[in-house]
Design a protein around this ligand. Structure first.
Ligand SMILES: [Cu+2]
Length: 319
């Protein structure tokens, strides 16, 4: 009984050969050492190493991906004027067409509050710095420039001119990244599924999965037929087999289908699974991908299918 439970549990993340497991453990330990060495600075350092490419509110994008254009003027009254509302969908790509209608240089910079604060401090020491990078454009009087941006992440967007004195005089505007109700609902279902796996709790599955004849959930070469089988033979025994179990979903991409009805969605996420078996203390660290199919029924999103696959985590590989 105990053995069967463990086999069921670990089959979820496709743990197959002893060789593969040994490789995974080595990498896991290696990773542990390096993260200890770099102490608490780790996340800050990695953010910096990406340079201006990554921001808390998104990233530069190709003009051809833009689905909306917003006209912007900069004026010597130390104000921006925008041709549209500054509410952005999560993942929306927008081209800003900025024209300097003043007699002074002005900047158009996109970032979160902290990034703009840091930029402001930097501009105090280099007041004549001219930008033409991912998130900032400097415009001479009369100039027009374009900046294409993909909004993602932190909901509070700050547009600012950090030329000394301008921000202080009010040359700043605030925008919002707004998640749609459908997106919010699907994201909270995915959080509930994570909770269910980690706690061996079938409730989130019964609440959010559509229970129908013929349901199949595919996992690294194996499958569960039917919702009850998934919960009874898989989700709930999990808790007993592992000392700890973490399952993270990241880079959750949601695609809606079904035209105006928008009643179908397919979702792809990166997965990371870390666990230790009670039995022999064996550790697992696996990364991979999961697909969810959702159907909207009576205004509620329901999971109708899942498919996941994973491999031993390899820190050297960009997944
Ligand atoms: Cu300015």
């Amino acid at each position: 009984m105990n053995n069967k439970m463990i086999i069921l549990s670990i089959s979820l993340f496709g743990i197959f050969s002893a060789q593969a497991i040994a490789g995974g453990e080595h990498q896991h330990q290696h990773k542990k050492t390096t993260s200890k060495e770099s102490s608490g600075h780790h996340s800050k350092d990695s953010a910096h190493s990406h340079g201006s490419e990554i921001s808390g509110v998104g990233q530069p994008a190709n003009a051809s991906d833009a689905t909306r254009e917003i006209l912007v003027t900069t004026k010597d009254t130390m104000r921006y004027e925008f041709s549209d509302e500054l509410n952005f969908k999560d993942g929306e790509v927008i081209t800003f067409i900025i024209t300097n209608k003043g007699q002074l240089n002005h900047e158009f910079s996109i970032g979160d509050k902290e990034e703009q604060q840091a930029h402001l401090e930097m501009m105090k020491t280099m007041p004549n710095m001219v930008h033409e990078d991912g998130n900032t454009m400097t415009l001479k009087p009369g100039e027009t420039k374009k900046l294409t941006w993909k909004f993602k992440g932190n909901p509070d967007v700050v547009f600012a001119c950090n030329i000394p004195g301008h921000f202080e005089a009010g040359m700043v505007a605030k925008g919002k990244i707004v998640k749609s109700k459908d997106e919010q609902q699907i994201k909270s279902i995915i959080s509930a599924i994570k909770y269910g796996w980690e706690n061996g709790d079938g409730k989130p599955f019964h609440q959010n999965f559509l229970n129908f004849d013929g349901a199949r959930y595919i996992e690294s070469g194996g499958q569960n037929k039917g919702l009850n089988s998934l919960v009874d033979h898989h989700v709930e025994p999990e808790k007993d087999a592992f000392d700890y179990m973490n399952l993270d979903f990241s880079n959750v991409e949601i695609h809606f289908e079904g035209g105006d009805k928008k009643d179908f969605a397919w979702v792809v996420a990166d997965t990371r699974f870390k666990a230790q078996l009670k039995n022999k203390g064996k550790k697992y660290d696996k990364s991979g991908y999961q697909t969810f199919l959702f159907k909207k029924i009576n205004d509620q999103w329901k999971v109708v299918h899942t498919h996941s696959s994973s491999r031993n985590y390899n820190p050297k590989k960009k997944h």
